[in-house]
Design a protein around this ligand. Structure first.
Ligand code: FE
Ligand code: CA
Length: 525
């Protein structure tokens, strides 16, 4: 561990400032002029804030992106690598700096910076910031995870998904920041690539996103939001992507609008790159596009994060002209085909091996969408299922749930999003048998802002789905999860009004899962 105390007279810092001046003097005209002439910036290059994520017991990933104009392709910066210094301190005033380092914000990575300090103490709060010339970023905070194998008495995290910028204010993020959990688990739809429904506020452009520059500008636009920045600064995030970071309901290289698979493949990789550039994730340091990963929270929990978009087979019952149906009849041909996979073979095996090897009290699975079956009755009386969720891949669902059943894991809990509604469900290895035992407890968070759903229809459909203990699509919100060795508590948090930037939030429902007992029990709020 490096122990460096930094102040204004630190010689290494002064040397670096001279370096920045030399860089700036290269720049004479045009956008370069903003950097030229002095080491101070005319505009704050840290307008997008800071973020931390993917914590371990001895570190985390720290993120920022230098940018002056969020809505131009290069962020208004010259095509030069810009040196950035980072600091991690024990105190928020940076008197006790425990690590510092230098990084380069490179133009080919949109001047995003990812660094991964290691060698920190477990289960401890740290503060961090970035410096570039005379500019200093805001301060962020993260907590390292408890040491592997060590008993943990209590751990708290938030689960969130689906934040369409145009549909509402990010008041939920302000509440999450104020609650200061140890983690935010974000299950995707961090951006939306398109507009639909509500236009309470606007994206930076109405044009369909198709290029890397376009997606970068969309991330920048979202990240200008002060409440979102506050939630990132407040704690470490563990994000995974869902569909709207790329395109609605896509499956691998299949876009539902019939886009040419080769073109869509290229677009998909560009969008993954933009996501990785803007998220505080280890994938940014590892290279590649793998985001399924695992975090150990002492001996309390193993948290398995999945990617159910990148490796999935196409949804079933797509018509011959490649039109995706969405709602499909449960007995349509191909739906039950055991060779179709939601996770892909490699990820499935990784998940099964990780679950089998786990010695943790709780096994938590964070993934994109609803796992439990959900039958819907249309106005014409016909029953259908939603083919983009696990209902489109019943063989994958059965394989996972039978695996959990076979392991006799006492405390498996899954978290999902995507469907813009809260769901609390019983996961069973066999839904045909009424008395089949529960093998896991499922909580699906509602959207943070994105609107959807027909409350009356949802209420009617509950009769078709006795394994669903609760469902609500009337509220926007998130999950506030606190767990201990003997009990996991989940509060379904609801905003009073997503159209009000000052909206209050309340506990809509509170559930508990007891150690060794599958199934969510309604608890006193
Ligand atoms: Fe969504
Ligand atoms: Ca989604």
């Amino acid at each position: 561990m490096t122990l460096t105390r930094l102040d204004g007279h630190d010689p290494s810092r002064r040397r670096w400032l001279h370096g920045a001046m030399a860089l700036a003097s290269l720049a004479a005209t045009g956008p370069f002029a903003r950097l030229a002439g002095s080491t101070h910036w005319l505009d704050d290059p840290f307008r997008l804030g800071v973020a931390s994520g993917d914590p371990s017991a001895d570190g985390a990933v720290l993120w920022t992106r230098l940018l002056i104009d969020p809505h131009v392709p290069d962020g208004g910066l010259p095509p030069l690598a810009v040196p950035v210094r980072w600091e991690v301190a024990e105190d928020e005033r940076f008197f006790r700096v425990v690590q510092t380092g230098d990084a380069l914000a490179r133009p080919e990575r949109a001047h995003a910076v990812h660094v991964a300090p290691a060698g920190l103490e477990p289960d401890r709060e740290y503060h961090y910031r970035f410096l570039c010339g005379e500019a200093v970023s805001r301060t962020g905070r993260f907590r390292t995870l408890p040491a592997p194998g060590l008993r943990v008495d209590s751990f708290r995290f938030a689960v969130a998904s689906c934040q369409h910028y145009e549909h509402g204010w990010f008041a939920a993020h302000r509440h999450i920041a104020a609650n200061a959990p140890s983690l935010v688990l974000h299950l995707g739809d961090y951006i939306y690539e398109g507009s639909f429904g509500e236009r309470l506020r606007r994206h930076e452009s109405d044009a369909p996103l198709a290029t890397l520059d376009g997606y970068r500008a969309r991330y920048a636009h979202y990240k200008l939001d002060p409440d979102l920045q506050a939630a990132h600064a407040a704690c470490a995030w563990v994000p995974i992507w869902d569909d709207h970071e790329v395109a609605n309901d896509y499956a691998g290289d299949l876009a539902i609008d019939g886009e040419d698979p080769a073109l869509f493949h290229a677009r998909r990789l560009a969008t993954y790159r933009a996501w990785i550039e803007h998220m505080p994730v280890r994938a940014a340091l590892a290279g590649g596009t793998r985001i399924f990963r695992r975090l150990a929270i002492g001996s309390l929990a193993d948290l398995h994060l999945l990617d159910d978009r990148q490796y999935r087979d196409p949804q079933p019952c797509i018509t011959r002209d490649r039109v995706y149906a969405g709602n499909i009849t449960p007995d349509c041909p191909g739906r039950g085909d055991p060779t179709r996979s939601l996770l892909g073979a490699a990820q499935q095996e990784w998940l099964e091996a990780g679950l089998a090897a786990s010695a943790a009290r709780w096994n938590l699975i964070g993934q994109q969408t609803l796992i439990a079956p959900f039958y819907t009755r249309g106005d014409d009386g016909a029953v259908s299922v939603w083919s983009d969720a696990w209902d489109g891949y019943p063989a994958s669902r059965e394989r996972l749930l039978r695996h959990l059943d076979g392991l006799r894991l006492p405390n498996a809990v899954t978290f999902g999003g995507d469907v813009h509604a809260f769901h609390v469900t019983d996961l069973k290895a066999d839904y045909a048998a009424d008395d089949a035992p529960l093998v896991a407890t499922e909580f699906v968070t509602s959207s943070l802002t994105t609107d959807d759903g027909d409350p009356a229809a949802l209420a009617r459909d509950l009769a078709l789905n006795p394994h669903v203990r609760y469902a609500d699509c009337s509220h926007r919100g998130w999950l506030d999860v606190t767990f201990a060795p003997e009990r996991l508590d989940v509060r379904l948090m609801a905003l009073a009004d997503v159209r009000d930037p000052e909206s209050v939030a309340r506990t809509l429902r509170a559930y508990a899962v007891e150690d060794g007992v599958c199934g969510a029990q309604l608890a006193a709020g």
